[in-house]
Design a protein around this ligand. Structure first.
Ligand SMILES: [Fe+2]
Length: 200
């Protein structure tokens, strides 16, 4: 396979004011594109080139850092664009997902608090996650291009806390960005779709 940059599933200005057109022009058109371009160069020289993206991410982890960083970030960003939508967020979660979150994490409010806290406390660049691990929904955080995929879990929601994701709109106010992401941007239908797949 080779990596390719997907179009955003909405216009560049569709997530404003929570995530601006300028942020998406840099983040999607330049940063994600660089992961795709650099990843393709490194993949061409790798024996993983005939594998799926998930297999490339897992297979390069700890073995080929250059390929891993780019393939990992390509995987993370492919989903990140779909984890957001205009008029997202809110308290209405699909029923089965909501039930599972309440059973495993206490309440939807507690899940949101822990997910935000994961992003606030991730030192330096990285991601905060909801993932399915051993049949349970858990909150995780990872550094740089890592994801739950390389820690024995399946990601169902992730938020990018690299500065390129929020510095134009929020400067150093990472907690405000995370709150806006949870309250106004999350596409819970896509989280539910990944949850249903992971639960099978
Ligand atoms: Fe990013």
């Amino acid at each position: 396979m080779s990596f390719s940059l997907p179009d955003l599933p909405y216009a560049h200005d569709a997530l404003a004011p929570y995530m601006s057109k300028e942020t998406l022009e840099y983040h999607h058109d330049k940063h994600h594109k660089a992961y795709v371009d650099n990843g393709n160069k490194l993949l061409a020289e790798s024996d993983l080139k005939d594998k799926s993206l998930e297999e490339i991410v897992k297979g390069s982890f700890g073995k080929n850092p250059g390929l891993f960083n780019n393939a990992g970030q390509h995987y993370n960003h492919l989903h990140f664009w779909k984890w957001m939508k205009p008029n997202g967020g809110g308290d209405k979660l699909p029923g089965a997902l909501e039930k599972k979150i309440m059973a495993d994490l206490g309440s939807v409010a507690k899940m949101k608090e822990d997910f935000i806290q994961g992003g606030v406390t991730q030192f330096g660049s990285g991601w905060s996650w909801l993932a399915v691990k051993d049949g349970k929904i858990v909150v995780m955080k990872t550094a740089n291009g890592e994801s739950p995929l390389v820690h024995g879990a399946t990601p169902i929601l992730g938020v990018d806390v690299w500065e390129h994701s929020y510095y134009i709109d929020y400067r150093n106010r990472r907690p405000d960005y995370l709150k806006a992401f949870v309250d106004n941007l999350v596409n819970w239908d896509y989280v539910d779709e990944l949850f249903q797949k992971a639960a099978k």
